[in-house]
Write a protein that binds this ligand. Structure first.
Ligand code: ATR
Length: 473
């Protein structure tokens, strides 16, 4: 009998936790996995919650279990697996049924799925879900893209399972198909920058101030009570306090320094470049991960040029630690400002009308970048008119102005003493460039006119100009 409110397809970690979350909120959820053994494992893991779950071992069973119009949420590996699953489902669907891709899809794929499924009379939602395993189980941040009608059908379920911030659900409607995954992509891009900058601050304290991981954990713990309060700061405390049971060394010291990536950070940087919006801190973080994985090149350069000879930047006084906190604060505000600028540009380009204040709101809980600062960002974007950049919001402008001298001092010391700080310097350079009343591209324009007769505008006369250029020696 058709009694399930929704289906979750894909019983890997995210899918099964999402299904348990749905069941816990009182909805009936049909569950299905390509390999049936995983469906049974998920039901076993669900314990009492299995009462609200319907295990389906074939697509026919799954289709029969769902109330019409059917809502089928896919949590399978992004890319080809989504295409294959949609192809397998389609022959069994009825007009108006809704396919929901809740994986880490590229927004272009969601736009394409919406178009193709829409042409065949089906509905599609591209939904970004952030929060990892814990979020999926107890409340993620949910970014929905697709037709309002399709959203209406699953709104109650999605809002019920989302995280709460002061009682408000962290599920939001972002706009047409593609908008949900675009917002999720930028969420991940910002996440890359945030993580990299925290790691750079750690590096400065570790090799610049000679502090132990445990001592740095204490510093980070202090920061969780100030403007840098965030989930990522909290888990950094947890990481730095952990000890390897085998070697008794700090656990971070036995972790291979080569970071993985699944693509969303890179997509953010690509979208930013495509849209012509600087997202240098995000790009630097993506590149830092890329460089970290080039281990043989790193070893070869290390061998050819010697070690970086990182010198101390000082001793671990409260003053210098406060300066590093302000440096991270500066970098973080700027990375978020860049991420929101990409969202705003994407919104203009695709005519999405992305709700920036709402995005900051639904990121305040559930997702990986949840932080105190996002509450201030939601307030900044609620202003009418909304600021052209977060940097122009009076509160953030004030914070940046107050913190920038510390950032300049620390990053100066970092570069002079051989400490790599690519994301933090990219962020601060971005601000320095934005702040200058006269940029140095006047010389670039001159070069372009000399080699390509591209012409230039003058500050004192209208129209296009060429030279005259000095000739001879
Ligand atoms: P994990 O490493 O946790 O297995 P994964 O390989 O990304 O994660 O797969 C996540 C989910 O996508 C799984 O439910 C997987 O199904 P299986 O358990 O049968 O492997 C599903 N999945 C991957 N490729 C798929 C495909 N081509 N068609 C349908 N489902 C697929």
């Amino acid at each position: 009998m058709a009694q399930a409110d929704i289906a979750v397809i894909g019983m890997a970690v995210m899918g099964r936790n999402l299904a348990m979350n749905i069941a816990e909120k009182g909805f009936k959820v049909a569950v299905f996995n390509r390999s049936p053994a995983r469906t049974d494992e998920a039901i076993k893991e669900a314990g009492d919650l299995a009462g609200n779950m319907i295990a389906c071992h074939t697509i026919e069973e799954l289709i029969a279990a769902l109330k019409p119009p059917r809502a089928l949420l896919l949590m399978v590996k992004a890319g080809a697996a989504v295409d294959e699953t949609i192809d397998q489902l389609k022959p069994h669907l009825s007009q108006g049924d809704i396919i929901i891709d809740a994986g880490n899809a590229n927004y272009r794929d969601s736009v394409a799925h919406d178009k193709a499924l829409g042409a065949e009379g089906f509905q599609f939602l591209g939904v970004g879900v952030s929060g990892g395993e814990e979020g999926a189980r107890h409340g993620p941040s949910i970014m929905v893209g697709g037709s309002p009608k399709a959203y209406e059908r699953v709104k109650d379920v999605l809002n019920a399972i989302a995280a709460r911030y002061e009682g408000a659900s962290c599920c939001g409607y972002m706009g047409p198909a593609g908008a949900g995954h675009f917002v999720k992509t930028l969420h991940n891009g910002i996440e890359y920058a945030d993580m990299q900058m925290i790691a750079e601050a750690y590096g400065l304290m570790r090799s610049g101030l000679g502090m132990t991981p445990a001592a740095i954990a204490d510093v980070f713990e202090g920061w969780t009570k100030g403007p840098l309060a965030s989930y990522l700061t909290e888990i950094s405390v947890q990481a730095l306090r952990s000890v390897d049971p085998t070697t008794s060394k700090p656990l971070v010291d036995v972790i291979l320094d080569s970071a993985g990536q699944k693509g969303t950070g890179r997509w953010s940087a690509i979208e930013a470049l495509d849209l012509g919006v600087p997202a240098s801190a995000i790009a630097a973080a993506v590149e830092a991960r890329g460089l970290s994985s080039m281990r043989s090149l790193r070893q070869a350069v290390n061998g050819a040029l010697g070690d970086a000879e990182r010198a101390p930047i000082g001793s671990a006084t409260p003053e210098i630690i406060a300066d590093i906190e302000k440096t991270l604060l500066t970098g973080k505000i700027l990375a978020y400002a860049q991420g929101f600028d990409v969202l705003a540009a994407g919104s203009r380009q695709f005519d999405w009308n992305l709700p920036l204040a709402e995005i900051a709101k639904i990121w305040r809980a559930g997702c990986i970048i949840r932080s105190r600062m996002l509450d201030s960002m939601s307030k900044a974007y609620s202003a009418t008119p909304a600021p052209e950049s977060l940097i122009l919001d009076p509160d953030f402008a004030g914070e940046l102005k107050a913190a920038l001298p510390s950032a300049r001092k620390i990053l100066g010391l970092a570069v002079a003493n051989g400490h790599p700080v690519p994301a933090l310097t990219s962020a601060v350079n971005y601000l320095q460039q934005l702040r200058t009343s006269r940029a140095t591209v006047d010389l670039v324009q001159a070069q372009r006119d000399i080699f390509g007769a591209h012409g230039f505008e003058r500050i004192d006369q209208p129209g296009a100009h060429h030279g005259p250029w000095h000739t001879g020696a």
